[in-house]
Design a protein around this ligand. Structure first.
Ligand code: PEP
Ligand code: MG
Length: 579
């Protein structure tokens, strides 16, 4: 019987194939009492299982370091190894075995529940989702205790078979590592949100995936025919011949389109009337620089450095940051690299900063001490990063970008600290070169009072993700109001257009680096507003390039001018379609 399920679309594309069910977490375990003289043996059995699980993780770490393995995966393996080594988990289990004289499996599940309950208290969605990592580590140890190690895939797909679609309650990042060597078409999970590790890995592997399906695992059987639409977040089970034919066609079309797009890697993004448009890449980690160069990006338009600060207990020091920035600068070989200073706070948290001013439980974190506000409150920490960025400038073309500016005095304070960092480097006889300093326009106040930005800075970059959030008062990470998060709300469009025009009037470079820049449906709109620099995730770059190459700037300027006069959403929608 055919039916469909909906979840969160986390990685686009279409996969058609047979279901491969991955077994449930073996968390329902037996509970039995030990005799006093068996307790020592049980403790040994537990320690040995922990040792074996650790060895498995070491082996996975070796796999993660092979060329081509997604960079995030070794980080996930590290997180699991850290959890496994954490006495908060293992000491509690040993104590339970000793005191209650119970079997190791049961003690392990009890202790897990204790730790996981503490995670439920966290307000931060990212941290709450990390409890899945603990469950996955416990599951790994349980499987050793129960004598069956997890082998994700029983079989390999043959070259002629349809895609193999993994259906799981949840997948650990370490599990997804196996997708590298097995031909997996896509996956769906019942658990997980859009910031879960599974979602992050799916995007880095570029295979269609839908998470948070709730009921897929119990409703689907091995070998059921499935369609995963990773763009719309839909899973179709046992499709009718018509639906199947339709999706096969769409899949083939998508593949052809992707293959055709590759031909655009080398050419310039030039419009029909001969205007050049710069297309740059957004990156989160230094390793992402490779993907930027593969698609022929004109540089890095946004390096979100806060990701270097996450998933670790210690802050990265000046030398470590310098090496990270330098590696990107080197990889980009002379093309500009825009390094954004730490934008921590709101939905982005770093464990190592938890005890600082910025990470107290803020009543309204998106309006609190985030980004530059946090850095100005922690000048010593900020100076470390500024010195590291300045030092990287000696190895290529570096631009320094400051997030979340709203006030003239913030610009002045940031510039003074950059000057102080230069002074400190001179004192320490460290080399650095001239560097352009830019500001992000992501608060309406900044867009409406641009004067100090235009006078004091070298370039602007419009962060539409936050600009939309703050203009419409819609928390960008809150599902409940997601339907009101509207990039083409007339107020948003006017702020963007105004910022572009004001900057261009005084000859200041201006880019858009929010998600709008990577949406090919909005490329012509932005070109029509006069935008000539876009920065986006590398996977979107060629599609945007294609749109640029089909644009006529003079014609679009007239049409977009008319569109901006309207504040009727329906009219804007119509005009947008006709651009
Ligand atoms: C933005 O706000 O548009 C932006 C690019 O920054 P981030 O998404 O990292 O907040
Ligand atoms: Mg932002």
């Amino acid at each position: 019987m055919t039916f469909s399920l909906h979840g969160q679309a986390v990685s686009g594309g279409i996969a058609i194939g047979r279901a491969h069910l991955v077994s449930h977490a073996a968390l329902e375990v037996a509970h039995y009492q030990l005799r006093e003289r068996d307790v020592a043996g049980e403790l040994e059995r537990f320690d040995s299982a922990v040792g074996t699980a650790g060895a498995e993780l070491d082996a996975l770490r070796a796999d993660a370091s092979v060329p081509g393995a997604p960079a995030e995966l070794s980080a996930f393996v590290d997180v699991h190894a850290m959890i496994l080594a954490d006495p908060a988990l293992t000491d509690g289990v040993r104590e339970l075995i000793r005191e209650r004289r119970c079997n190791a499996e049961w003690a392990m599940v009890q202790q897990m529940q204790l730790v996981v309950d503490q995670f439920d208290e966290f307000e931060d969605a990212y941290l709450r989702e990390r409890k899945q990592d603990i469950v996955q580590v416990v599951e790994r140890v349980l499987k050793v205790l129960q004598g069956r190690q997890r082998k994700l895939m029983k079989r390999k797909a043959s070259a002629t078979e349809d895609d193999l679609i993994v259906v799981a309650n949840d997948l650990s990042p370490a599990d997804t590592l196996q997708f590298k060597t097995l031909r997996i078409g896509g996956f769906v999970t019942d658990m997980g949100g859009s910031t879960s590790h599974t979602a992050i890995v799916a995007r880095s592997l570029a295979i269609p995936a839908v998470v948070g399906m709730q009921h897929a695992r119990p409703l689907i059987q091995d070998d059921d025919l499935l369609i995963v639409d990773g763009t719309r977040g839909v899973l179709i089970v046992d499709p009718t011949p018509n639906v199947l034919a339709e999706y096969r066609l769409r899949k083939t079309e998508l593949q052809l389109e992707r293959a055709k797009l590759k031909r655009l890697v080398t050419g310039r993004a030039r419009t029909l009337d001969g205007e050049d448009v710069a297309l740059l890449a957004n990156i989160e980690l230094p390793q992402d620089a490779e993907r930027a160069t593969e698609v022929g990006a004109d540089g890095v338009g946004l390096f979100r450095t806060e990701f270097l600060f996450m998933n670790r207990d210690e802050l990265p020091g000046e030398d470590e940051q310098f090496e990270a920035y330098r590696s990107v600068v080197k990889a980009l070989a002379g093309k500009p690299v825009t390094i954004r200073t730490l934008d921590i706070g709101a939905d982005k948290e770093a464990r190592a900063l938890r005890n600082r001013t910025g990470n107290r439980a803020a009543p309204n974190p998106a309006l609190g001490l985030r980004a530059i506000r946090f850095c100005l409150a922690e000048p010593q920490l900020f100076l470390v990063q500024l010195r590291a960025i300045l030092r990287a400038s000696h190895h290529g073309r570096v631009r320094l970008l400051i997030p979340m500016l709203a006030h003239a005095q913030e610009i002045e304070q940031a510039l003074s600290l950059i000057e102080l960092a230069r002074f400190q480097l001179r004192e320490a006889r460290q080399k650095f070169d001239a560097i352009e300093v830019g500001g992000m326009i992501e608060i309406p106040a900044a867009a409406l009072a641009l004067g100090p930005f235009l006078r004091r800075l070298d370039f602007l970059s419009i962060g539409t993700n936050d600009l939309i959030q703050y203009t419409l008062a819609i928390d960008r990470s809150d599902d409940a109001v997601a339907h009101l998060y509207d990039p083409v709300h007339p107020a948003v469009l006017r702020l963007i257009a105004q910022t572009i025009q004001s900057a261009q009037r005084v000859g200041m470079p201006v880019a858009v680096c929010g998600e709008m820049a990577g949406d090919p449906k909005l490329t012509r709109l932005l070109v029509g507003m006069g935008l000539r620099e876009f920065s986006m995730h590398p996977a979107q770059l060629l599609e945007v390039k294609q749109q640029v190459m089909m644009s006529d700037t003079a014609q679009l300027a007239v049409r977009v001018g008319k569109l901006l006069k309207s504040d009727e959403p329906d009219k804007i929608g119509d005009q947008l379609e006709k651009l």
